[in-house]
Design a protein around this ligand. Sequence first.
Ligand code: NDP
Length: 445
Amino acid sequence: MSYVDKIIADVEKKNADQPEFLQAAKEVLESLRVVVDNDKRYEDAGLLERLVEPERIIQFRVPWVDDSGKVQVNRGYRVQFNSAIGPYKGGLRFHPSVNLSIIKFLGFEQIFKNSLTGLPIGGGKGGSDFDPKGKSENEVMRFCQSFMTELSKHIGADTDVPAGDIGVGGREIGYMYGQYKRLKNEFVGVLTGKGLEWGGSLTRTEATGYGLVYMVNEYFKSVGDSFAGKTVAVSGSGNVAIFATQKVQQLGGKVVTLTDSTGYIYHEAGIDLDTVKEIKLVKRGRLSEYKAAHSDAVYKETGDGSVWDIKVDVALPCATQNELDLNNAKALVANGVKVVGEGANMPSTLDAADYFIANNVVFFPGKASNAGGVGVSALEMSQNSQRLAWTFEEVDAKLQQMMANIFKNSDAAAKEYGKDGNFIVGANVAGFKKVAQAMLDQGII
Ligand code: NDP
């Protein structure tokens, strides 16, 4: 049995109840065969055994009092997965679906993504099964304060620096930062995605969506093409989806779809982003409200068809894990899709991703194409350490360079191992090699 097969069998046995983590681990391990099965150093150092086991898992109670005076209890998590190349770094997700499997999958992906950015950041992730939807402002604040009261014991500007993710935006980061400062009496860069008046970085809000589009654009440039005139399907309507849409529009493409957890809109004339921002960022409402402003748009509830049935040149899934399955992949390919770039983390199922590659669709896995968010978070950490604030243009230029490097390095790694054009293998291998070298250098820890 090869080293990789042995590790996959071990991971399956130990984590049988964690499907999302298994999916993420298997995808990475499969693509590392080309590296680790030909180099005994990795097996001798037990490197993969250590890589798939988090350095630390923290699980805690988050008690808070709702507006009616009733005590509520949620579950909080922080998985500190790997610190070989820097302090743990990765977002916090507040969503009712959150469990240990989801946080472990996200933390594991983060190791390779963070390595790909070229910046010194390790992998971690956290969150809670708290649902911010329908909660009052005061309830969200009380929850965030309680969550941070425990989390503050385990993080620090040089130890672990969380950021946002699904359900955690500027508002939640603000409440958590305030509580951290109050508990520790320190004004330090312990969270990223902060407000611009108190240590945040310009471009951080836009970074993940912009970075995704920069990455796809690097591919277009490499083949003498561009976004101009392309029709694009985007899913989600949160932070990543909104700013991916904005950048596609700036580059001359036409985004025709967006989704939320209750339905999707198809607007053949092109999405009006101002309307979406008003609904989602200001009113915190539902996409169904879009039709009131645009009667020529189609709104359908989840389950009534799919955004992936629409004929497009480029698909950018930006909502959540496993939102694009094999049937969706077949529909996209049948309609002639050229490029799929993942803005969300693991939005495509394993068989969907394989189908794209088998059918010569250029496919960018999230750990490469959505790395701009954490990359600019690391730039926020640098600015905080220096007590400086860079301009939008400076940070945006660094983001573009970072995405160009990730494209180049993933492409080169795929070619080096005989998998030309396979960005899953390229990104996993390029991300892995740096972390693995650091782990080898640092001994058996
Ligand atoms: P937001 O909370 O801002 O938006 C999430 C969007 O996805 C919303 O439109 C939400 O719908 C929809 N959504 C969430 N969960 C589900 C679900 N289970 N089924 C259907 N739709 C769902 O999150 P982000 O935009 O920040 O994150 C989106 C994805 O991008 C996630 O996978 C995240 O891990 C990834 N990501 C985010 C980064 C960032 O910087 N924010 C960085 C890298 C990756 P609704 O409005 O109904 O809740």
